[in-house]
Design a protein around this ligand. Sequence first.
Ligand SMILES: NC(=O)C1=CN([C@@H]2O[C@H](COP(=O)(O)OP(=O)(O)OC[C@H]3O[C@@H](n4cnc5c(N)ncnc54)[C@H](OP(=O)(O)O)[C@@H]3O)[C@@H](O)[C@H]2O)C=CC1
Ligand SMILES: O=C1OC[C@@H](O)[C@H](O)[C@H]1O
Length: 370
Amino acid sequence: MAKLPTCRWGIITTGLISSWFVADLVLPRPDAKAHHIIQAIGASSLRKSQAFADTHLKDTPHHKPALYGSYAEVCADASVDCVYIGSPHGVHARDCLAAIAAGKNVLCEKAFAINASEARSVFDAARRAGVYVAEAMWLRHRPLVADLRKLLYEEKVIGDVFRATSDFQMYVDMKNAPATSRYRDLELGAGSLLDIGIYPLTWALLMLDSKLPGDGNGEGEGEGETPRIMAAQSFVEGIEVTTSIVLHYASSGRQGVVTSTTERKKGASQIVATIDGTDGFVEVEGGAPSHPKSFTVYPKWTGDEKPQGKRYDYESAQQGFIYEADNTALDLAAGRKESAVMPWSETIRVMEIMDEVRRQGGCVYPRERV
Ligand SMILES: NC(=O)C1=CN([C@@H]2O[C@H](COP(=O)(O)OP(=O)(O)OC[C@H]3O[C@@H](n4cnc5c(N)ncnc54)[C@H](OP(=O)(O)O)[C@@H]3O)[C@@H](O)[C@H]2O)C=CC1
Ligand SMILES: O=C1OC[C@@H](O)[C@H](O)[C@H]1O
């Protein structure tokens, strides 16, 4: 049996997402594609690293990470194979560039940067340093997504796809949020689009294009057609809180309707995306567009009653961060410098689309003002 690759992770920051990422990596599983070791944890203080390890690694004594009171020490740790960056998106470029300068491979949270220009500067640095860098857009790595794309574009289970919709709702009390909160601080990239709107946008890009990077053998063969964008944004306290985007694909006429808001609390379980085709439709169910758990394929609805659908379930003990971690380990083992699922060109394409949405909608970050 082939030996599984091992990735020794250096975790940078001890916020919410780092806790979710680590929780997935340390869960035992029978069908592992790679071994993951939490090798180091770095935070703004040693006390925070210690508290993170005490809380999130207390039941996994075989993970004994080095604990640091800075991010630089994680990057300098020769035992770390890949640095995972869980800081707010406004400082992703800063933290990526520091890790790259130290010669480290990087998996960085979404949104990868504030804009396409920042993303390009990080990839240019990675190219020069010869290290691996990838955006941790976990939705792209989910087996559910690959399976659904096969059904849509190889088996054509709903005929010709003509529309996709997705909406991400999350409540943030913006008026009372502290000025230092990443939901409020524009220097940290506050706004619904970069934080949550990126998922509905990703659903549309994934569901409306027949060929994309990551479809085939891991070499990223599709390029992705960039649709025409029509967008509007609304603001509370100067922060973008609601974004609506229509995407129109010139070659096929396909449309995407994608929205995000931090002004509305979501229910416990919901339909997080829909895909319409000439012969049927698909509803994706889950907790949020970032966290799909199943999908149901329906035949065309013509009568009064909703037709019977076929449901595909993807419930698992992990939240789903394990897939991006596995794929990173496999990329590194194969000597790749870019993710086979989310190559640099795709991160830049998404950032460019979000730049255009913000150009139309009016969300400008302070460092972008000339
Ligand atoms: N994939 C997913 O499902 C999710 C992704 N995210 C992404 O992860 C990133 C972080 O989000 P989240 O974990 O919710 O954020 P938190 O506010 O919970 O944590 C952010 C961490 O970033 C560090 N940090 C570094 N610089 C700053 C700064 N200038 N101001 C404030 N904090 C700073 C702090 O780390 P330290 O511990 O060192 O003090 C802090 O703990 C975002 O980019 C977000 O989009 C978030 C949630 C879910
Ligand atoms: O990526 C995300 O998904 C879940 C949300 O809670 C979070 O704000 C966002 O960053």
